[in-house]
Design a protein around this ligand. Sequence first.
Ligand SMILES: C[S@@+](CC[C@H](N)C(=O)[O-])C[C@H]1O[C@@H](n2cnc3c(N)ncnc32)[C@H](O)[C@@H]1O
Length: 219
Amino acid sequence: MRRYPDSRVEIQGLSARYYDLLLDVASLGTYRSFINNAIASIGIGPDDKILDLGAGTGRNALLMSRFLGGNGRIVGMEISDEMIKRFRQKTKGFSNIELMTTRIDEPFDLGQRFDKAFISFVIHGFPHSVRETIIQSVYHNLSEGGEFIILDYNEFALEKAPFWIRLPFRVLECKYAFDFIQRNWKKILTEFNFGNFVEKTFMMNYIRLLKAKKMTSKQ
Ligand SMILES: C[S@@+](CC[C@H](N)C(=O)[O-])C[C@H]1O[C@@H](n2cnc3c(N)ncnc32)[C@H](O)[C@@H]1O
């Protein structure tokens, strides 16, 4: 049962089962190198404890795990039955990757603190008040100086984008994504006490990896 009928990030059934394949085909094979580059740009350290919010099929967790040493860990959060099944199949045998079936759209405390919280193509698909709840939970579950990493659409004016961006965006995306691209995300994150932003853009600047550090009151 979907909680946000207007959203397109609550992915279930066949779309979830073939999610990775659909992305590869729809991007004419370019998604693979894009996601490899994006994850390499996170700057994962061997001992990092990483939270992956809306972890999907486990593809990103596996890519991130390549940068981890013996003490590093990844905890995925996911609620779609089909995605959970995929994630568990894909990451079987990786003792440093685990999955929690905890919702990210409600306040959560996982009882441990993370060095990095990664959210890839999820946060754009929620109403803004829910995004704020997610940001607050991320802040709470990060260690001091931990990083929040958002891989998602960049900020851009849709009406100024070329038709081959405008058209698929209008057809495929939900109303929350239209709102997401118009907001000033560094300003929003600053209001939640994140700072020291570092960003890298992909796909002709329409996609951005935005890293934000958890600041303490002294910084
Ligand atoms: C567009 S997919 C992105 C998956 C993955 N992050 C990636 O980049 O491949 C969005 C994911 O968020 C998950 N999701 C949606 N709402 C969620 C919620 N409230 N709590 C946890 N996961 C959620 C979906 O099941 C889906 O796997």
